[in-house]
Each structure stands twice: as structure tokens, then as C-alpha cells.
Design a protein around this ligand. Structure first.
Ligand code: AMP
Ligand code: ZN
Length: 498
């Protein structure tokens, strides 16, 4: 079988994957900023890295996967000045900032569970690592790459670039260009150069989230948390750093600079960037209003889709594109994904229950099937190419079906081949792609669901009897999010799937 190759954004080439320490892999992925519900775009990025995590484990590596939670320091507009996204939300919702963090962290974890995205090995928070961040800032100052102005600390990009010549290597941005295009913010005057960025910000009295430090009462810059937490849990130099494409600049570029300035070496050997989920050709984004919630996609209650789709169909849809390509969410593509998902799951289900007798002889069909199975893994080894791996699996379906239909040529397929196909479908679809069979969950959930639904309908009946229309309507509307419709008739109320 081929070796695993991955596209390194740093070298802009596909490279063979050779872990720094044989057998164990350290991977850091920038996690969510927990100030609002995650959208499907965020989910796509975390799903892309879930596949990478799963595949590395499948290859036998022991992976320490660190995915942080950003709960402070990410300012509106991703710049060095202005309101903290979480503090802004706290004011809006009349909550403590930490209540906002808890609420959206819970929501994020729930989404990860629904889409069967694996938990990381460590999920550190920025607020839980203030000491490490302050220490790193001090290290950057001590090494001559940070300077203090009015209680804030800035990273000296010009000096860093003069000494190391590497600022911009990851993103391809040139420092000189940055100097002219940087926005005219209030605290620009504190900087030696407009391309410098804040690593510690002095907070004013109204600022809600602040910590004591040797420079001022303030908070760390957004980029710093990832440098401090990746170093703490994975060491100064680790294997993989990932995140969405849109984080390449300034977030990842500044992370690299901070790590090199503080620790003297580049943090990651391989940088992996996942591409964006689009809707109507534009990046899905909360701030632009160009988004559809996962719940709306499940219920079909949106102008963008003709019906509801299960989380596993949505997962399949996302895997039908390579993680480095953009993916446009559309009803047509979701319908195709649903068809494809059902077809492959059906083949997997058949293979799981088949009990094949040994034939002994190896036929041409055996040879072809074996080559095709190897082909599936060749695609995955080629920078985790899930769409091509799926295409190869689809090519295997006719062999499975011919065997199922007892076609003459397929009658004497050997036991080894059937076992190989069985293992391939289950390894690829379940273990690597994380796809659960909707039919399994439907079967096991049916009995419990019947009982729960009876209870819910009784409660709604009570609400109606009390003329509490608001509660009765809420129950009906919220159930719709799970594709459940309830109908009030002469014989009482019953329910069904949409
Ligand atoms: P945020 O919570 O904004 O820091 O984003 C969390 C992750 O989602 C980051 O890795 C972003 O790059 C990623 N992301 C944001 N929007 C999209 C999108 N439309 N498609 C794919 N990934 C996205
Ligand atoms: Zn980060």
C-alpha cells in the first residue's frame, strides 16, 4: 500500500508523513470561539480534522489531539482593539461572560456529538492558561521581540523579520504590504510599526474579562493562547497544526512568530488548513448572515432545502469534497449525498451479515476486488482524499450486489475477499469516516421514542386543556426540529416523521 502523504501549507507541497517521534503524533487544532452557536462551516472544519485524527489512529499512531476553546481575547473584527466577542455577547444576553462561555461550549459539544466528531484528547481553555500565557509573553520580551507601551505588550514583527526573515512564510503575506494596509486603529499609535500585534492588552475599567500581570490589568492577545497551550501539551515542536483556511493570517502566522520568538523554533512540522463551507457561493459566516443552522437542516425548515437531512447524511455530504476544496451547500448536493450514503450503508449492512463458505480458489473477481480495496486506501493516503475514497467504494458496490444477487461470476468469490470487503467497508465508513448507520439508531431508538412521545403528547394535551397555547405550540414547533410532526385529529393526537 502507498505511504501517507499530506499537503503542508508551509512548504506548499505534498509531503510524506513522518512523525517527529515514531509511533506518537501531536496534533493541535484551533477550536471554536464560544460566543455564539457553531454553524455548519465551523462543523466542517472540525469534521475535516476528525477524519485526519481518525485516520492517523487507524494507521496505528498514538495521537495526542489538542483542540482548544477560545473563551477570552478574540476581539470583534479579529483585530487588536475593540470589544471581546464573549464580553459583547454577555452584555447583549445579560449574562456573566463565563455563562456565555458555558452555554456555547455546551452547544458546541452537543453538535460535535450529533455529528459523531470525536472528542480531542485535551480541550484546554484560554482562561485556564493565563499563567502560561503571561510567562510566554515575558519570554518574548526577554528575547527582545516584545515591547511594552502604556501597559500593553506588542510583538515586534519588524525585528523578528529582520532577525529570522520568516514572517509571512506560512500565509505568503509580505510585511511591507501589511504596513500599508493595516487599519487605522486607536492603539496603532502605541505600536512601533503598524504590522506589530498585541500580545497583551491593557483593559479599561469597563472591560469585563481581565487578569493581573506585571504590565497591567488586562488580557492576552487572541493568537497567544494557541502558542502557549500547544507548547504546554505538545512541546515546542510537534507534528501537526490545523485550522480553517481563514485562520492562516493573521492567527497562524502570528502563532508561528510567537513560538519562534519565545522558544527558538517553529511550532509545527506540518500545517494543515481546511477549506471553507460556502452557501450561495459565499463563505458561510454568522456575521454576514449567510448561514443555515444544523437544526434547520435536520428539520428541513429552511428556504435553502427541500426536506430535512439526518446528521449522518450531512456528514457524508461534507466528506464528498476534499478538505482543501471549498464546498457549496445546496439541496441538490445534499440529495445526492443522501442517495450515496444509503447505497454504501446498504452494502455495508449486507456484508456484515453475510456468512460466506470457503471456496479455496482465487478468481479474477477476487483479484479485482483486492486491488480496488487497496485503491480506497491509496486515496486516503493521498492527503486524506475522502471523495476519491468514496468513489472507489462506490465502484465496489456492484461486486457486493452481484454477489448478493448470486450472479454466476460472483458465486465463487473467496472467503478472504468477502472478509476483506467486509473489513474495508466497516473500517472506511465507520472507523475512518465516522459514519453511523441511521437504520441502527432508528431501530434501537424506536421503543424508547414511542414511550417518550406518548409522554410529550400527554403533556401537550394537558397544556391545551389549560388553554396554554404557547406551551402547546412550543412543543409542536420544537418537535419539528427533529422532523416529527404531530397531528391533532378527532381520535386524539398522533405523531409521525415528516
Ligand atoms: P471561530 O469560532 O470563528 O474561531 O471558528 C472556528 C473554526 O471554524 C475555525 O477553524 C474557522 O476557520 C472555521 N470556520 C469558520 N467559518 C467557516 C466556514 N464557512 N467553513 C469552514 N470552516 C469555517
Ligand atoms: Zn488558534
Amino acid at each position: 500500500m502507498s505511504e501517507l502523504k499530506l499537503y503542508n501549507s508551509l512548504s506548499k507541497e505534498k509531503e510524506a508523513f513522518v512523525p517527529i517521534n515514531e509511533g506518537s503524533v501531536g496534533m493541535y487544532v484551533c477550536g471554536p470561539t464560544v460566543y455564539s452557536d457553531v454553524h455548519l462551516g465551523n462543523i466542517r472544519t472540525f469534521m475535516s480534522f476528525d477524519i485526519i485524527y481518525r485516520y492517523l489512529k487507524f494507521h496505528g499512531h498514538k495521537v495526542r489531539y489538542v483542540r482548544n476553546i477560545t473563551d477570552v481575547g478574540h476581539l470583534v473584527g479579529d483585530v487588536d482593539e475593540g470589544e471581546d466577542k464573549i464580553a459583547k455577547r454577555a452584555k447583549l444576553e445579560e449574562l456573566e461572560p463565563m455563562e456565555v462561555v458555558q452555554k456555547y461550549t455546551n452547544g458546541f459539544r452537543e453538535m460535535m456529538r450529533i455529528f459523531n466528531i470525536s472528542d480531542p484528547s485535551i480541550e484546554p481553555t484560554a482562561t485556564g492558561h493565563m499563567i502560561e500565557q503571561i510567562e510566554m509573553i515575558q519570554q518574548i520580551i526577554d528575547n527582545g521581540y516584545g515591547y511594552v507601551q502604556n501597559g500593553s505588550v506588542y510583538f515586534d514583527t519588524q525585528k523578528f523579520n529582520d532577525d529570522k526573515g520568516s514572517y509571512g512564510n506560512l500565509s505568503g503575506r509580505v510585511l511591507d504590504e501589511l504596513l500599508t494596509e493595516t487599519r487605522d486603529l486607536k492603539n496603532q499609535s502605541e505600536k512601533r510599526n503598524p504590522g506589530d500585534f498585541a500580545i497583551w492588552m491593557k483593559a479599561d475599567e469597563r472591560h469585563l474579562m481581565k487578569w493581573k500581570s506585571q504590565w497591567s490589568e488586562g488580557f492576552p492577545g487572541w493568537h497567544l493562547e494557541c502558542s502557549a497551550m500547544s507548547t504546554k501539551y505538545l512541546g515546542k515542536h510537534f507534528d501537526i497544526h490545523g485550522g480553517g483556511n481563514d485562520l492562516k493570517f493573521p492567527h497562524h502566522e502570528n502563532e508561528v512568530a510567537q513560538n519562534e520568538a519565545a522558544c527558538g523554533c517553529a511550532p509545527a512540522k506540518y500545517w494543515l488548513h481546511a477549506n471553507m463551507l460556502l452557501m450561495n457561493g459565499r463563505k458561510m459566516s454568522k456575521s454576514d448572515g449567510n448561514t443555515i443552522s444544523a437544526q434547520d437542516l435536520f428539520s428541513g425548515k429552511s428556504e435553502h432545502v427541500s426536506k430535512g437531512y439526518s446528521p449522518m447524511v450531512v456528514r457524508f455530504f461534507m466528506l464528498m469534497a476534499h478538505y482543501r476544496s471549498t464546498l457549496d451547500l445546496s439541496d441538490t448536493a445534499l440529495l445526492a449525498a443522501e442517495k450515496g450514503y444509503k447505497k454504501l450503508m446498504e452494502a455495508k449492512r449486507f456484508l456484515q451479515q453475510v456468512n460466506h463458505e470457503e471456496t479455496g480458489s482465487i478468481s479474477d473477481v477476487d483479484k479485482r476486488a483486492n486491488e480496488m480495496v487497496d485503491g480506497v486506501f491509496d486515496e486516503l493516503n493521498d492527503d486524506f482524499n475522502t471523495p476519491k475514497a468514496l468513489a472507489r467504494l462506490f465502484e465496489l458496490v456492484p461486486i457486493v450486489n452481484s454477489y448478493k444477487d448470486n450472479k454466476p461470476t460472483f458465486r465463487d468469490v473467496s472467503k478472504q475477499t468477502i472478509d476483506k470487503l467486509k473489513k474495508c467497508f466497516s473500517d472506511v465508513l465507520e472507523t475512518i469516516m465516522g459514519l453511523k448507520d441511521d437504520q441502527d439508531s432508528e431501530a434501537s431508538g424506536t421503543d424508547a421514542l414511542d414511550g417518550v412521545m406518548q409522554l410529550v403528547l400527554d403533556l401537550r394535551q394537558q397544556a391545551r386543556a389549560n388553554k396554554d397555547w404557547a406551551t402547546a405550540d412550543k412543543i409542536r414547533d420544537d418537535l419539528a426540529a427533529y422532523e416529527i410532526v404531530i397531528k391533532d385529529g378527532k381520535e386524539g393526537t398522533n405523531w409521525s416523521y415528516n
